[in-house]
Write a protein that binds this ligand. Structure first.
Ligand SMILES: Cc1ncc(COP(=O)(O)O)c(C=O)c1O
Length: 341
């Protein structure tokens, strides 16, 4: 089966398994796992931040960040398709008692002007605006890259209103590889950044949340409260380190393969896709109703040996990743032609 549902389906390579098996470990709740310490320091350095915190998932990383930046009753400005808004099970309300203020973005990108307009005046009737969250790359919009220049404009607005900035950088390394802009530059305008190791980078588990020392000290306590303190977790941190050392450049291949899929899909009748919106490893397309629903097409593709994800009634998502081969892409494109051609 050719699995294009997500880059989270990647399994650890032989080299990664070896690194994990040989990892030096200790009790990380006591701060004594040397491999975790190395990973946290390395990601913090990569992102130009003072400190990092290894957590089990991207969801926990974002949720801890929201908790550490806000007070109950605050408002968090984000894009309407953001992962924190749609796919974290209402976490911001559940854990932090904050509400989200979604902005209507263009391919996941909103503007400094929209942020400025969304910031609440100091008025007793209104929730205090506290945090701006940017997702880069943006999952639901199709792996799109948030322009760095706009991020700088947004950060200027946020700073002038005393708002903090968080980046859900689950796939930040995809943006780094696609643009050539170093991770540190992407991260600079943000108070906190969450980076996932378990997506296209191919590690089995884990994300690292980075920020200044005080933010990470507070986040550490929230990780404990959320049940995310882990013991000899160097075993999995070693997978993350291996991914950072060996897998980053391979993301480029994922991006090329996403282009190959888009090139075929754009020619198919009843399929709407904007190839210019395929910036990284995610391809999103919409089906005209006469082609059937996304769920029906998902089933038909499955019968041809291809797994994809119905993201909406007429919307399908494909994600390329390191466990695919060139033959898989050729096979998948043939399946699209057969099912939709
Ligand atoms: C943009 C984004 N943020 C956060 C997450 C959450 O990561 P996890 O599945 O590790 O909780 C995902 C997962 O796909 C994601 O796409």
């Amino acid at each position: 089966m050719i699995d294009l549902r997500s880059d989270t389906v990647t399994t650890p390579s032989q080299g990664m398994r070896q690194a994990m098996a040989q990892a030096e470990v200790g009790d990380d709740v006591f701060g004594e796992d040397p491999t975790v310490v190395v990973l946290e320091e390395e990601v913090a350095r990569l992102l130009g931040k003072e400190a990092g915190l290894f957590v089990p998932s991207g969801t926990m990383s974002n949720q801890i960040a929201i908790k550490a930046h806000t007070y109950p009753g605050d408002e968090v400005i984000c894009e309407q398709g953001a992962h924190i808004m749609n796919y974290e099970a209402g976490g911001p309300a559940f854990h932090s008692q904050v509400q989200l203020h979604p902005l209507q973005g263009e391919l996941g990108v909103f503007t400094a002007g929209q942020v400025e307009a969304a910031i609440r005046p100091d008025n007793v009737h209104m929730p205090p605006s506290r945090l701006v969250s940017v997702e880069n790359t943006h999952n639901k919009a199709g792996g799109t890259i948030f322009p760095l220049e706009e991020i700088h404009h947004i950060a200027a607005v946020a700073t002038s209103h005393n708002l903090h900035m968080h980046m859900d950088g689950a796939r930040l390394m995809n943006a780094v590889v696609a643009t050539g802009i170093p991770a540190e530059e992407w991260a600079a305008p943000f108070n906190s950044v969450s980076l996932c190791l378990s997506k296209g980078l191919g590690a089995p588990v884990g994300s690292v949340l980075c920020g200044d020392r005080d933010f990470i000290r507070r986040s550490h306590r929230y990780r404990k409260i959320f049940g995310g303190g882990m013991r000899q977790v160097g075993i999995i941190a070693a997978g993350g380190l291996y991914a950072l050392h060996n897998h980053v450049d391979d993301l480029q291949k994922d991006h090329q393969r996403a282009q190959q899929l888009a090139t075929v899909l754009v020619q198919l009748p009843g399929v709407s896709i904007n190839p210019d919106a395929v910036h990284t490893n995610i391809v999103i397309f919409n089906l005209d109703e006469e082609r059937g629903t996304a769920a029906q097409v998902e089933h038909r593709l499955q019968a041809e040996g291809v797994l994809c994800l119905a993201l909406g009634k007429q919307m399908i998502r494909l994600v390329t990743h390191r466990d695919l081969t060139d033959e898989d892409i050729t096979h998948a494109n043939r399946a699209f032609q057969k099912v939709l051609g």
